[in-house]
Write a protein that binds this ligand. Structure first.
Ligand code: SF4
Length: 310
């Protein structure tokens, strides 16, 4: 095939590095923050206990410490990154928990200090589709006129049966409604999906990618399911063991899925990032770089690329 266009390093998918370098012409890194929000799937609004895979940190295991101010979190993490990349610019990434679960005033208090902050090129906000009221979306739209704004929207699976099992607290239709409200306002959306959820078949996971590939989205993160100590997922596994994806299955699945994702969609991630101390399984997920290399290798062997089957 001719060289895939959206990469600087011969990959066959639209790399995040390509997107950032083309847009900002410099190294850009995300600084993961914990803004002290909670989650409606934890506080009883739509559920308690959270999604079964979620850790106590609200899936923000690499974010700053919630007891520190956002400014301190940002300074501490960005200065460590600066040691590696002295000229790096940053995206303030509101990662832990549900970052639109609050009043507009509470959101403003957290996000506004990062608009026009030195060395910050944009803001990324992770959230759930059931926390996107018109009022919140109107504020996000207004914010997007003053900074580069990226919304990270959790889906995980298009299959409602699995969503119920993992205690997601919303269905696929709710996700589609939330996405529509964001896109009506021209907000950039990166969707998160997880491969290897309990009892999902290969075909079900492929179907998630096929359906996501037909949506009006700008980015995609594909994670492998990882099981952490002291989570409901770990307890479920101990009571009713389910098959976890092998490394080979995961790599093959990701390659198949990418073929259904349009080439313009930026692939922000192709593996999960588990905190090693708490990881129970799969242990193969620790070696991220080799997984990414083997995805590249298989795409080359099959002479395929992102969007190949569209
Ligand atoms: S929606 Fe996110 S923060 Fe809330 S329980 Fe699920 S994974 Fe955790």
């Amino acid at each position: 095939m001719n060289k895939f266009p959206y990469t600087f390093d011969n990959k066959r998918y639209h790399t995040y590095n390509y997107f950032l370098k083309t847009k900002y012409h410099c190294k850009v890194a995300k600084v993961s923050l914990n803004a002290g929000f909670t989650c409606p799937n934890r506080d009883g609004t739509c559920g308690t206990g959270g999604c079964i895979f979620c850790s106590d940190s609200g899936s923000g295991d690499f974010a700053g410490h919630v007891q520190d101010s956002l400014q301190k979190q940002f300074q501490d993490i960005s200065s460590i990154m600066r040691q590696k990349w002295p000229d790096c610019q940053f995206i303030a990434y509101f990662q832990a928990n549900t970052n639109t679960y609050g009043t507009v005033d509470e959101l403003k208090e957290r996000f506004e200090p990062f608009v026009n902050m030195k060395d910050v090129v944009g803001i990324a906000i992770a959230t759930r589709p059931d926390c996107l009221s018109d009022e919140i979306c109107d504020y996000l739209e207004q914010l997007s006129h003053r900074c580069d704004l990226y919304i990270e929207l959790g889906l995980q699976t298009v299959h409602d049966k699995t969503a119920q099992l993992i205690h997601r607290g919303h269905d696929y239709q709710t996700f589609l409604d939330g996405l529509q409200r964001l896109r009506q306002r021209h907000l950039d959306v990166c969707v998160h999906i997880i491969n290897g959820l309990p009892y999902e078949t290969y075909d079900m996971m492929l179907e998630t990618a096929k359906q996501v590939g037909q949506l009006d989205i700008q980015g995609l993160k594909i994670h492998n399911l990882y099981m952490l100590k002291n989570t409901a997922l770990h307890r479920l596994y101990q009571q009713r063991p389910f098959e976890m994806l092998t490394r080979e299955q995961y790599i093959s699945l990701v390659v198949d899925q990418l073929q259904y994702i349009p080439a313009h969609v930026v692939i922000e991630r192709l593996t999960g990032d588990a905190p090693i101390d708490a990881l129970v399984a799969p242990l193969w997920s620790i070696k991220k770089v080799t997984i990414l290399n083997d995805i590249d290798k298989l795409m080359k062997e099959k002479d395929t690329h992102q969007g190949y089957l569209l």
